[in-house]
Design a binder for this molecule. Structure first.
Ligand code: EPZ
Length: 429
């Protein structure tokens, strides 16, 4: 298994191109199931999760082609994917595939809307918590589906098609909002989704569905209204920039010091993380090309942060922020409210010398002067990257094991950081 070796202590200086967002690319690819025509997606990141989803969609009959390079594209640009679900050949999403990536459960929405049936494996738990699917099931029932659970599968049927309805989520859920949106786009009549997730990736999916002919109003707010249409067509859509990748590299610069332009980053979808980073001591400015992040010699200040649905501070940046404030001058507190078990990085950061105490959903981080390199291992994507950024600031050598977690969500991380002066390399097994 590949490992990443880092020798810490060098400031980051230069430019990092921000990739297309994993968490937008995945639902956009799944939306290809809604139409027999071709959906063309530009700026798709080259990630293990994207590769796996190609296989999963292929199983349902989606033809997935990588388009040739166009003028202005280079090896650093994302891919252009042409996805065509001319005929859905299978409405079953098996355990072997769904258990490897939770977002593949989301195929249930488009399969049911287009084919009137879907049989999708329950995804099961994962390293960051139990992650149930009750809110997906209640939303699809609100749209007229009959749902049974049998043998570890969710069996959804709507023989006469889905009909519009009122979907009112008791808590904010990104995945079930994506699914309700896709299902309602092809349902008969009007659907209103209340307490919808407001994450920018929801707006990106809605923008693409609208290009495909869907009638969607209010995406990005907590009430979304959809007038169902009979059929959707092909379209072309660029995947939005990755706000979590942007926030991660911004924290890396805040941690090591230096001056980096995050090219293609959009500040308006990162307001809360930018506020927090500024409070910690980074200088962040919007430029014509993206975001410029600087920190020159000043110490880091401690912060109090609670993770929340958008526009609050994202859970997907919690581990990276924790790595950063390990070296603050004072005590920080971070409360995780989205997932119950998203603190797997704590004991690994401790291996680098961090002083962190956990009490339920609250982590108390007593800042220390310096971290020291060590062997570490991580159990999920964002935890892994928090160890990479901690390693960049630690004295001596850090080796991050189980790099496959990183490859799920960060494109060419060692090249991007290496180009800014970090000593970082991949050790192939
Ligand atoms: C999405 O996961 C993201 N994944 C996650 O990114 C992200 O952490 C999360 O949203 C929160 O922002 C993708 O976009 C592919 P949720 P999702 O449904 O949709 C509970 C990463 O590292 N819930 O918004 O699975 C759930 O357990 C990841 O890129 C129910 O109770 O998250 C959680 O506590 C990991 N019942 C809360 O809602 C349900 O039926 C929010 O989860 C569904 C969810």
């Amino acid at each position: 298994m590949d490992r990443i070796r880092i020798v810490g202590g060098t400031p980051l200086n230069g430019t990092i191109a921000i990739s297309g967002a994993k968490n937008a690319a995945l639902p956009l690819m799944i939306a290809s199931l809604l139409t027999p025509d071709t959906l063309v997606l530009d700026n798709v990141p080259r990630l293990a999760d994207v590769q796996l989803l190609k296989r999963i969609l292929g199983n349902h009959g989606v033809d997935c082609m990588i388009a040739g390079k166009r003028a202005g594209q280079n090896g650093l640009s994302g891919e252009t994917l042409e996805l065509t679900a001319g005929e859905i050949v299978d409405t079953v999403a098996p355990y072997e595939l769904v258990s490897r990536m939770r977002a593949s459960f989301w195929v249930i929405g488009p399969l049911l809307a287009r084919m009137g049936e879907a049989r999708v494996s329950l995804p099961g738990g994962c390293a960051i918590g139990t992650r149930p699917v009750d809110l997906f099931i209640s939303a699809l029932r609100d749209l007229g589906a009959e749902i049974d659970i049998d043998g570890g599968y969710v069996i959804a049927r709507a023989p006469r098609g889905l009909r519009g309805g009122r979907v009112s989520f008791p808590k904010v859920t990104v995945g079930a909002t994506h699914v309700a949106l896709m299902a309602a786009a092809l349902a008969r009549g009007e659907t209103v989704i209340e307490n919808a997730a407001r994450e920018p990736e929801i707006s990106d999916l809605a923008a693409c569905l609208i290009k495909m002919g869907a009638k969607i109003y209010g995406a990005g707010t907590s009430t979304i209204r959809i007038e169902g249409v009979d059929r959707l067509t092909g379209a072309r859509h660029p995947v939005m920039p990755d706000r979590i990748e942007t926030g991660t590299y911004a924290m890396a610069v805040a941690m090591t010091g230096g001056d980096v332009v995050l090219e293609g980053a959009t500040p308006d979808i990162l307001q809360r993380p930018i506020e927090i980073l500024t409070e910690v001591g980074a200088e962040i400015t919007a430029t014509n090309h993206g975001l410029r992040v600087k920190r020159n010699g000043k110490g880091l200040s401690p912060v109090e942060v609670t993770t929340e649905p958008f526009p609050g501070f994202p859970t997907d940046l919690q581990a990276q922020l924790m790595a950063l404030v390990c070296r603050a001058n004072g005590t920080s507190r971070i409360r995780e409210t989205i997932f119950e078990n998203r603190f797997m990085h704590v004991q690994e950061l401790a291996r680098l010398g961090a002083d962190i105490h956990l009490d339920g959903q609250m982590a108390t981080i007593n800042g220390i002067d310096r971290l020291k390199g060590a062997q570490v291992m991580a159990t999920d994507l964002r935890a892994s990257v928090s160890l990479v950024i901690a390693g960049l600031a630690a004295e001596g050598e850090t080796v991050v094991n189980r790099v496959y977690h990183l490859d799920r969500g960060f494109e060419r991380i060692e090249d991007k950081l290496g180009a800014c002066g970090a000593t970082i390399e991949r050790l192939s097994a």
